[in-house]
Design a protein around this ligand. Structure first.
Ligand SMILES: [Fe+2]
Length: 521
């Protein structure tokens, strides 16, 4: 399907970017071949350890997944090339059914190119469903750490799976301690719902993590491809983040801070011209792909990347991964605009794709993995679905249709653990519950946090809201044919060090065939 909705300025946008030298042709084809030719002619040897950014897997299917690593002997090198020569390097990958790699079941070689920050994303197929696998990379005589992933169950099998949802990891606000607890819980899959990096400058003014300041390189907001690449390297230097990637496959979708705060489609919230902002979006999307275990379709073509997609966990769940940034209408200028019936959060094409997918999915559950709060809070929250009420109503109408499998919505962005039911009509608090939403707090953004804060009242004023906590953490979930459970887990602090133990805050259950979440004692 097309990733560009009819209302966008596709052709103009593309031709201007190609003229500016960041069209996909300039990005990859010509430059990529040059890189390979240079490697064949004898690239410099890599003496230093190139796997300092760790390994990752993503997009689990019943027969494989995407593997990821990025060669970077000096991840924080100022030019964004990670200390790598401008040449292609062969990287060998292996997947085994045992940790000692005695039963290697798939292997291959891919080329890490400078044009993609020496990242590789080999796609593995032909594995057995529902099984634990181990993987590693080799390059230039170096061997990477070992990662593991479990393939999704067979497409028709019922079964069960465990998952975790996480989002918002502002490195400078604290340690990623919540990932230590997540790794100990060993989920089958991790859903990361946006703000993998933050674009803001990092200085003494906003540094809350007990660690040395990262230096002048990071004092200004990210703007160039090198800026974004080095920013990913900085955030990925957190050992608990690397451990979480190595422990389970991730399914990721970005929110705004992977590019710039509160952007909407081609519009910057900070007054950049459309052309300047699209150039920035192009390099930001590219750095995002380079640094995450994303599928090939997510590789940006200029400023456009197809990030919404569907995955399947056996016969149990269809995962609808949404993109609520790239096609959304801008913030409303007034309430007439806010309540206009044609207003869209996902864009016309993605809306059609989502509604069709919800209506035709043949699994027991629909899980929506998305960026910003869907539940009604206040009409001032115009960056969330509250700013797009007509679009929210269209989606709620579909979720409430007879024949659409029960759904649960998982959301990032709000830096708080919040849970609430989604009503057929929020104007009528007695109307039917059509779905339930679990908003995950941040891994680090907003520092230590506290159980209650200035926003508690805003969110909890409505009868459909069920839970609120302002500390850092994640959601640990379990899905089977009978129910989906979501446990809010937290760490008491993150600024001082990464040693805080994980604690359970509360647990909720959505039973199949019984709308609404119930607290599990
Ligand atoms: Fe965030």
């Amino acid at each position: 399907m097309s990733s560009v909705p009819p209302s966008s300025s596709g052709p103009d946008r593309r031709s201007f970017l190609q003229a500016a030298g960041v069209g996909i042709g300039a990005l990859l084809a010509g430059a990529g071949l040059a890189g390979q030719a240079e490697a064949a002619g004898g690239a410099p040897r890599l003496r230093d350890e190139p796997f300092r950014l760790g390994v990752a897997s993503g997009e689990p299917t019943s027969d494989g997944c995407v593997l990821w690593t990025r060669l970077a002997p000096e991840p924080l090198a100022d030019d964004g090339h990670g200390g790598m020569p401008r040449a292609g390097y062969d990287v060998r990958w292996q997947v085994a059914e045992d940790e000692r790699f005695r039963r290697v079941v798939r292997s291959g070689t891919v080329t890490a190119l400078p044009e993609l920050g020496h990242s590789v994303h080999p796609q593995v197929h032909g594995l057995r469903p529902g099984r634990q696998h181990f993987y590693r990379f080799r390059a230039q005589g170096h061997t990477s750490p070992v990662g593991r992933f479990r393939t999704a169950p067979h497409a028709r099998s019922g079964g069960a799976f465990t998952f975790a949802t996480a989002s918002c990891q502002a490195w400078y606000h604290g340690h990623f301690s919540a990932y230590r607890d997540l790794v100990a819980k060993d989920p089958d899959v991790v859903f990361f719902l946006g703000d993998y990096i933050y674009e803001y400058g990092i200085s003494a003014a906003n540094m809350e993590r007990n660690a040395p300041l990262p230096g002048a390189r990071h004092e200004r907001e990210t703007n160039t491809l090198a800026d974004y690449r080095v920013r990913y390297s900085l955030f990925k230097s957190d050992p608990d983040l690397q451990a979480a990637h190595a422990a389970a496959p991730w399914i990721l979708t970005p929110d705004d801070h992977e590019v710039q705060n509160d952007y909407a489609d081609e519009k910057s919230y900070y007054g950049l011209s459309e052309e300047d902002f699209l150039l920035r979006r192009a390099v930001a999307y590219r750095a995002y792909y380079e640094n995450c275990p994303l599928p090939p379709l997510a590789l940006a073509h200029g400023p456009d990347a197809q990030l919404h997609r569907r995955l399947r966990y056996g016969g149990l769940a269809t995962l609808h991964v949404l993109d609520a940034r790239q096609y959304r209408d801008s913030k409303p200028a007034n309430t007439d605009e806010q309540y206009a019936p044609g207003r869209t959060m996902l864009g016309a094409a993605q809306e059609r794709w989502l509604y069709r997918g919800l209506r035709t999915s043949d699994t027991r559950w629909n899980l929506l993995l998305q960026q910003v709060g869907m539940v009604k809070v206040t009409e001032n929250r115009v960056d969330q679905w509250d700013g797009y009420p007509a679009a929210r109503q269209r989606l709620l109408d579909v979720l409430g249709e007879r024949g659409v499998a029960p759904s649960v919505v998982f959301t990032g962005d709000c830096h708080r653990s919040i849970a609430g039911d989604l009503l057929a009509d929020f104007a009528d608090p007695k109307s039917a519950v059509v779905s339930s939403e679990f908003l995950v707090t941040s891994i680090a953004s907003d520092g230590d946090g506290a159980p209650t804060d200035n926003y508690t009242k805003d969110w909890m004023q409505h009868p459909w809201m069920k839970f609120y906590d302002g500390r850092r953490g994640y959601v640990l979930g379990h899905a089977d044919a009978g129910a989906i459970t979501a446990e809010y887990r937290a760490v008491p602090y993150i600024r001082a060090d990464n040693q805080a133990p994980g604690i359970s805050l509360d647990r909720f259950e959505v039973e199949h065939g019984r709308p609404g979440m119930q607290k599990v004692s």
